[in-house]
Design a protein around this ligand. Structure first.
Ligand code: ADP
Length: 480
């Protein structure tokens, strides 16, 4: 089966979050199920710099007003179609924000162009290759199934994956003519959303199937608390909704071979983590005193519960814990976490910024990772934690709920526990979990068992890729 994946980020070419990891790993995991994927993505400067020997596959004189070229490249096992459109993507800021941290004012056009290019390829415009199915990711690609709906040729099956329903791509109705969709696309059955435009909403209405990245999140987004206004639309498409948990790339994330990890280890050589722990203590200037190091690797935002960390930092230190924090995001939260670190030298260390190698080393050296998200569609850092013996302490929500087995008495006795869950997601709920972690840590036999059990968890893509392959086949039976 031939699949066109459309995504605004793909690891290792460009990444701001979990979407990139998924878009980069799923095509590789699907190969064994006979699925051949080409991934269409924007030609941001970092992407154009990284690619080698591109082949021109398609040219647009006027892709929503600007010229664009589709280049095909092979990159680390991925077959990538780069949408090279300098007017849209050749900018010094990030994929979505300019250098001052503001959304680009023409994001509506930049990602409509990406989606339209996807729909054109779906319609067979690229010589010698036409997909059997299109898989679009998040709001940035969500207009792909919308454009496909109004294309004159018969419509191909489509899947839309919602990685986070909080990001919906809403724009004013005044940009609608610029999308070059037929006038009747401005309707509640399509992209109209309370008088505005909703890209994700349009995709949810038109995609043949909708997936989200864990079964719990699939249930949650049917409720007003988590649906962010789209719960009604999701409910109307309930029969087309599937929750498939993300996996991780187990080759890239492997503590036995990871090149940035100083001392490699496996479940029977956990003692080797000690050297990595020392490197972390050095980097974050933490006392090396045998107290557990809890880490945080996260966007510093309200969704991720980072205000709870700031509010409880003093208590965590008072309990005897140490914190190593890596992240960036909301300036106010960065400020309060920096202030906490300044109050507790040697007990709290923080590095503001994005540091992929350090994120690996932290999983390999810290004792536990705290993930107090208020909502979490899937979450990847707990999966990396499981794989690296860095015990996840997680809010009981979404994918965190589906992937971590709480260390209650029964689960410990059955040797099934892999981490700690807490609820409600409040400062007190989280502190209670940290107290439990401190008690479990004091009994090294129990703690080691938790680490080993976590490392045994199946966090690979295998089962999930099989589910995606089955979903594709059910939608495009002739593709096989
Ligand atoms: P989200 O996509 O909502 O940010 P996920 O847990 O799904 O959250 O994925 C986050 C990804 O980004 C993980 O791979 C995590 O290791 C990585 N990450 C987050 N913050 C940083 C950072 N400051 N430095 C390096 N990697 C980070």
């Amino acid at each position: 089966m031939k699949v066109l994946s459309v995504s605004s980020e793909v690891f290792p070419l460009i990444k701001t979050g979990g979407l990139a990891d998924v878009a980069g790993a799923l095509p590789i995991a699907l190969k064994r199920y006979g699925v051949e994927t080409k991934t269409l993505m924007p030609g941001y400067p970092a992407v154009m710099k990284a690619i080698r020997d591109p082949v021109v596959r398609l040219q647009f004189d006027d892709l929503l007003g600007e010229p664009a070229t589709v280049l095909e490249v092979q990159h680390e096992g991925l077959d990538i179609l780069v949408l090279d459109a300098p007017a849209y993507y050749d900018r010094p800021g990030g994929p979505y924000l300019d250098q001052t941290g503001k959304d680009y004012t023409d994001n509506w056009r930049r990602f409509a162009a990406l989606s339209l290019a996807g729909a054109e390829i779906a319609a067979g415009l690229m010589p010698d290759w036409r997909p059997d199915l299109v898989h679009a990711h998040d709001w940035q690609a969500a207009l792909t199934p919308v454009y496909m709906r109004y294309y004159p040729t018969p419509e191909l099956p489509s899947v839309l994956t919602v990685h986070n329903i909080a990001f919906q791509g809403q724009f004013g109705a005044e940009v609608f003519p610029g999308l070059r969709l037929p006038p009747h696309a401005f309707s509640t059955e399509s992209i109209e959303y309370y008088g505005h435009l909703g890209y994700l909403k349009g995709g949810l209405q038109t995609a043949w199937a909708i997936t989200t990245v864990s079964p719990s999140y699939a249930d949650e987004i049917l409720t007003p608390e988590f649906g962010m206004g789209l719960e009604g639309v999701i409910a109307s498409r309930r029969d087309a909704l599937h929750g498939i948990v993300n996996g991780i790339d187990a080759d890239i994330w492997n503590p036995a071979t990871d090149p940035v990890v100083h001392t490699h280890y496996g479940p029977t050589t956990l003692k080797n983590r000690e050297e990595n722990r020392k490197s972390i203590a050095e980097f974050f200037r933490l006392h090396d005193d045998g107290a557990p190091i809890f880490c945080i690797i996260s966007r510093l935002t309200w969704q991720k519960g980072m205000d709870l960390i700031a509010a409880t930092a003093d208590e965590i230190v008072a309990l005897g814990g140490k914190l190593a924090i890596l992240g960036s995001g909301d300036p106010a939260l960065e400020g309060s976490l920096l202030a906490a670190a300044a109050r507790h030298p040697g007990r709290i260390g923080i590095s503001i910024g994005y540091n992929e190698p350090m994120s690996h080393l932290m999983q390999a050296g810290c004792d536990a990772i705290i993930i107090p998200s208020r909502f979490e569609p899937c979450g990847l850092t707990q999966l990396y934690g499981l794989r690296y013996g860095c015990v996840p302490i997680v809010a009981r929500t979404g994918g965190l709920n589906d992937t971590v087995i709480d260390a209650n008495h029964a689960a410990i006795a059955a040797k099934a526990a892999t981490g700690i869950q807490f609820s409600p997601v409040t400062a007190e709920g989280m502190l209670q979990a940290i107290r439990r972690a401190m008690t479990l840590y004091a009994d090294q036999k129990v703690w080691t068992q938790l680490q080993k059990q976590g490392m045994k968890s199946d966090v690979s893509w295998e089962k999930s890729a099989e589910r995606y392959a089955a979903l594709y086949s059910s939608l495009a039976p002739k593709g096989k």
